[in-house]
Ligand binder design. Sequence first.
Ligand SMILES: C[S@@+](CC[C@H](N)C(=O)[O-])C[C@H]1O[C@@H](n2cnc3c(N)ncnc32)[C@H](O)[C@@H]1O
Length: 283
Amino acid sequence: MTVPSNTVEIDRALKAKHRAMWALGDYPSVAADIIPDLGAVLVEACGVGPRHRVLDVAAGSGNAAIPAAEAGASVVACDLTPELFDAGRALAARHGVDVEWREGDAEALPFADGEFDVVLSCVGVMFAPHHQAAADELARVCRPGGTIGLLSWTPEGFVGQMLATMKPYAPPPPPGAQPPPLWGNEDHLLTLLGEQVTDVSVRRQSVTVEHFADPETFRDYFKSHYGPTISAYRAIADDPDLVAALDRDLAELAQRHDRGTENTVMDWEYLLFTARTRISRKS
Ligand SMILES: C[S@@+](CC[C@H](N)C(=O)[O-])C[C@H]1O[C@@H](n2cnc3c(N)ncnc32)[C@H](O)[C@@H]1O
């Protein structure tokens, strides 16, 4: 199939924008401060072990890649945003493991068919805008009978709600781009991957976040550290009323989820999906 060249150009521009967004702020600190154990949860669910060749898709600074390497696997960490790799290299060195870092788009992975025993993504591939293209790539690079593992924020959970809260303030996504938290919906995942996998396990779990003193501290941290939040604020920077409204909405969101007494304590829901790729697949 020939893809019109303007489609290629539009996609390239979109991915450049996404890369710039994830390079804003300090995503490696967000991963380390807020969700340092989530990668290990996914690695364990996938049963990663010493003889495995593992691909971490949308790996960021290696939240899942590093625990996979600690489990003895040979690991490639791939991400659209290579600006995050220096932090990942430093973290891997601190953990005494080797990880190979590769720049790449989840929708066009720079790997051969069936190269990996385990293909996983921790709150990562969900941010690629074309879900079926990304899901097909996960299945393509995983060997027949290998494992695909995905940990994704749910639409109803805290991060799904945070993205929904910011959406009206940010520029509209381009036609065809799908919302990230759909990857946290069981039915959507089965539509994306169902024909290519078997032995599916899906669980809703949550991670407890106790990093913030109060809802306003949460908001200000995300405002300065987390690319999508920084980007939403940049889009409305000229309008103080909108900035005040987003300030209020984010603090109220955290307040609604706060079950703490002294500091803010929130449970952020995610969907943990594992499956095996079918031995014989439709081509
Ligand atoms: C929330 S971070 C998660 C990073 C890491 N997996 C973790 O658990 O900390 C989302 C990551 O997705 C990456 N990303 C977004 N769109 C992508 C795409 N189309 N292809 C590959 N990576 C992408 C971003 O660069 C970012 O590192």
